[in-house]
Design a protein around this ligand. Sequence first.
Ligand code: ZN
Length: 257
Amino acid sequence: MSNLVILDSGHAEYVEGKQAPDKSLKEWDFNNQMQYKLKKRLEDHNISVYLTNPSPAKSNEMGLTKRATLANSYWSNRSKPNSLFISIHANAYGSTFNTARGTETYVAKNASSNSKKAAKYVNDEIVKAIKKIDSNGKDRGVKTENFTVIYKANMPSILIEYAFYTNKDDLNILKNNKDNLVEATVIAICKYFNITYKSPTSNNDTNKNESNNNTSEDSNLYYRVIAGSYKNKDNANKMVKELKSKGYSAFIVNYKE
Ligand SMILES: [Zn+2]
């Protein structure tokens, strides 16, 4: 049975407030972008993903108990696989820009040791990634608070506050470094499930080579590489085999002169 991550994207578009003082980031939108980026990267690692709040755009706020109930029934209907529930948020302090900043991750008072372990891994990796971007990034640590959504979730559960959108430096990171935050979270989740983390570029070398070398501005233009033409099909097959053994994705195309 594969591991399951339940992502709970905080808030919906019609929530009051919850945006940067300069209106350049809305929390629901950040959370939503993060959930789909995380979903893709977790699936790259053969981790199943369930979303409690898949379409927050043009929607009213979703109740916290409902989020936990959705997670619990999905989980128990699948015979309770090895799971982690993650509620995705960004933080605020007041409604004008100020100095409060940093990353904090919450567990509920009833948290299992697995919840605490996951929270520590996730918080540490996010802080590490943020400090690489901005050495003044702040680690606010793992905290305990009975937020309904994590209190009522039956599987190990954590709530991440990635950084503060009411702090200009944190806001920059939330706006411009989502992929770094996603990778940090995925690294921590892999550690939690004890599986090997794969960086985004390591699993598709062919595409990487193509994009690195492509200086053309015409996206419809392709450069086909010919390695040889053969009268005898066995010789053609031999060449394909040799190219494949060297890591090239070769194939045969028939033509007549
Ligand atoms: Zn929030």
